[in-house]
Design a protein around this ligand. Sequence first.
Ligand SMILES: Nc1ncnc2c1ncn2[C@@H]1O[C@H](COP(=O)(O)OP(=O)(O)OP(=O)(O)O)[C@@H](O)[C@H]1O
Length: 605
Amino acid sequence: MQEKGNISIHTENIFPIIKKFLYSDHEIFLRELVSNAVDASQKIKRLASIGEYNGDLGELKVKVSFDKEAKTITISDSGLGMTAEEIKKYINQIAFSGATEFVEKYKDKGDEKAIIGHFGLGFYSAFMVAGQVEINTKSYQENTESARWICDGSTEFEISAGNRETRGTDITLYIAEDSEEFLDELRIKQILEKYCKFLPIEIEFQDKIVNNPAPIWAKSPSELSDEDYLKFYEELYPFAEKPLFWIHLNVDYPFNLTGILYFPKVKNELQLQREKIQLYSRQVFITDEVKDVVPEFLMLLHGVIDSPDIPLNVSRSFLQADSNVKKINTYITKKVADKLGDLFKSDRQGFEEKFENIGIFVKYGMISDEKFYDRAKDYCLVQNTDGKLFTLNEYAEFVQANQKDKNDDVIYLYSSDVLAQDGFIQSAKKRGYDVLKLDSVLDNHFINMLEQKIVKTHLKRVDADTIEKLIDNGIVIETILSEEDKNTIKGIFEEVISDKSKSVVLEAMPVDELPAVITQNEFMRRMTDMSRVGGGGMGMFGAMPNNYIVSVNANHPSVSKILQTSEAADQKKLAKQIYDLALLSQNMLTGAELTAFIQRTAVAL
Ligand SMILES: Nc1ncnc2c1ncn2[C@@H]1O[C@H](COP(=O)(O)OP(=O)(O)OP(=O)(O)O)[C@@H](O)[C@H]1O
């Protein structure tokens, strides 16, 4: 039997076109060919299980080998094999017509990214690296001859009797000169590890099995112990710290999806690495860019997702609009929210202990996803400066009675830096007020969100004003100074401070407060903070310096003392000392000013 023929496609030579388009992704040829071999092995298994094949299945391994001298790479399987007729049908017609369609579709478009992301290049991806490809195959069907097919990437092929004596297929690639990098043990091993690590049939390379054919995500959760999940995590991310907990995903309707998502242990959001979730389709690795498939805030999780229902052969914009992808997104969000809710309900203490690590997911999720907010609002925790944790409802209850202003609005006080703002925190506590600790990078957004969601409630940073003004309950503190006295003192302070970014006000505060405090208006500070984080759009605030208010306590004895001092120079000295103390309490006294202050104080002692 020998036959020559023409592959009936219109393109003269697909090889150079495919090669050009897939430039950066040549290595996937191995994924495609090994996947085909795995498919063929699974098919024969299935045929045996339904009684359509009664021969001995034997060892269903896929073997990958290479010969540096002969410049070949061979992929061999003991799958169902093909007859010559089947080669003509599946390889000549299907595989190559797929190629023609592909080339026709993309040849005029410069959209190379979309092409590189194309999945299912199938058999003809072999021509990205090979000048000639040979198939040697024997079908499982009785009374059929083995067959051999050779093609050099042009539209011509040759088919003849083969020499394979056992069921299965060998695909031999005669590696092209410009692709000889693939004739390398390490390179082949790396590619197999990347794409074939969890293929469901054993893959042998250099006498070693390189894959785990039964990854745990494909098993039922009831068969698995915590140990199994931890071991698998280590297999995915060697050297990583143990995860906090995990969620086993398992749906088959209305779409098919399995996977395991792990919550990594993170204290600091800057440490977080995205692209830690791997996407598989029937255990074949596709990508670790899961954007669009997994909600943004969950990209901080680790693990695997496997779904044959995610369309991988289409462009990004299509992916976003795909209804399956949307459903998958919603499903994952719901699963994660429910898992957290279960943890909270079943083990509040354990949940509290983990919150330092999972708080970032919860807050990020609430900020970015309305549906997640609705689920998470019942278990999202906030912590006060005493270290006590509350749910949002518990906290509202806790401060309800005591922290209302004259408009009946509830004021939540918070600190973004408990060490630097200690003086303010202590002043608030002296009045019986509670202060929350909201000090992560995300908290700015979290605060804005809470204000929008919780009615008649405002959040104020504890150093945004004097405590009397932060929670203005309408009770006016009398001042012992006359208007004229106040103006005199204001003038003295203004002279001493001589800094345009700081304005002086005289305020009646309790005697036990400091003689002066420096505050920064909540609204203005948020604007400058946002302009710093957001950049561009907030340009008008970008150039804005920080503005501070120096509130001088009109009731403090040391302030009265200024008035009782006769020499102008001594008055200024006193005012300067009061001002420096205020700066010092805020960590704002630095450099030469700090040195001078220390020396002055040492002399006074
Ligand atoms: N090792 C093999 N053993 C048996 N049949 C094979 C083998 N490799 C390829 N085939 C046959 O050739 C056909 C075409 O393969 P090709 O890889 O181009 O497409 P596919 O596997 O059907 O889909 P995909 O584009 O997802 O890879 C296969 O469907 C299969 O019937």
